[in-house]
Ligand binder design. Structure first.
Ligand code: F6P
Length: 317
């Protein structure tokens, strides 16, 4: 293997992973190209050479220096063949894909359908890659959302108000559960667990009667919208309820130390895997050690032990 390419999505820690891939490759004498704008750029042959110096000072930057885009064309045979032709023309003989389930399914197509050497690095705020404990970017997203919840609590306490905070996560409640636990929130509404709104409203009315003044309810976008939950609470209790939809702020910002270190480990491991011929899967950490997970391995999307974490949240709130 002489020349590898890196293709990315965006979230906190992706630039740190690019740096780790480029510098590990450089140390092994491999040439590296960045692919601009994801699979769309792969199809068009938009490559940019990356050397040790081109990744200086990016370790703390959010987003991806390579930019990214969704690609409908890559879902077609023609798109996939065009992407392979671009890589062949450039002399690329290995690919590192850094991203979530969408990006990794593209990687799986290149590996399983065309036999191209690809190694994936899970990076998504949703932390919903089956069989993977921690994706790059998830810790940063939780910390961004937690910072917002801490600030909202100041107003919630001062004005004795109910707040519903909507967090991202696609169909997964991982961010919501982490934020609710770390923010000391009163309730969390997850796609994975049915907490009836009626029961929540009864709890709020009973709490008010006992003198409890404020609530922060975290809702995962995969379960409901903040406005839907807030309207239901106001309709049932008559209490004023405010909302905050955190949205894309969770995907940006300076990566946490946890994400930077994860990125360093996985970026390094991805290049080693490519060089050793272990391809067609993801590198990830299990119990602190790098493991290789073949694409398509059935695995759990484990958002923690939901029942025991939910019990903990309710006991402590
Ligand atoms: O998968 C990451 C994520 O930020 C999800 O949490 C969210 O549902 C989705 O992407 C938003 O996608 P877009 O940036 O295309 O609106």
């Amino acid at each position: 293997m002489n020349r590898i390419a890196i293709l990315t999505r965006d979230c906190g820690g992706v630039n740190a992973a690019i740096r780790a891939v480029v510098r590990t490759a450089a140390a092994s004498g491999l040439l590296v190209d960045g692919v601009l704008r994801g699979y769309e750029g792969l199809i068009r042959g938009d490559f940019v050479p990356l050397d040790r110096r081109s990744v200086s000072n990016i370790i703390g930057l959010g987003g991806t220096i390579l930019k990214t885009a969704r690609s409908e064309t890559f879902t077609t045979d023609e798109g996939q063949q065009a992407a392979l032709a671009s890589m062949r023309a450039r002399g690329i003989d290995g690919l590192v894909v850094i991203g979530g389930n969408g990006s990794l399914s593209g990687a799986r197509v290149l590996a399983s359908k065309y036999g191209f050497p690809v190694v994936g690095i899970p990076a998504t705020i949703d932390n919903d890659v089956p069989g993977v404990e921690s994706a790059i970017g998830a810790d940063t997203a939780v910390n961004v959302a937690l910072d917002a919840v801490d600030k909202i609590r100041d107003t919630a306490t001062s004005l004795e108000r109910i707040f519903v905070v909507e967090v991202m996560g696609r169909k997964c409640g991982w961010i919501a559960m982490q934020v609710a636990l770390s923010g000391g929130c009163e309730e969390v509404l997850l796609p994975e667990k049915d907490v009836p709104i009626d029961a929540l409203c009864e709890e709020i009315v009973a709490g008010r009667a006992r003198g409890k003044a404020s609530w922060i309810i975290v809702v995962a976008e995969g379960r409901s919208t903040a406005s839907g939950v807030a309207s239901a609470i106001t309709a049932a209790t008559g209490l004023e309820t405010r909302i905050a939809v955190l949205g894309h702020v969770q995907r940006g910002g300076r990566p946490t130390a946890v994400d930077r270190i994860l990125a360093a480990r996985l970026g390094h491991a991805a290049v080693e895997a490519l060089a050793d011929g272990r391809t067609g899967g993801c590198v990830h950490l299990r119990n602190g050690r790098v493991e290789f997970l073949p694409f398509g391995t059935a695995g759990e999307v484990k958002i923690t032990d939901i029942e025991s974490d939910y019990h903990l949240l309710k006991v402590l709130s």
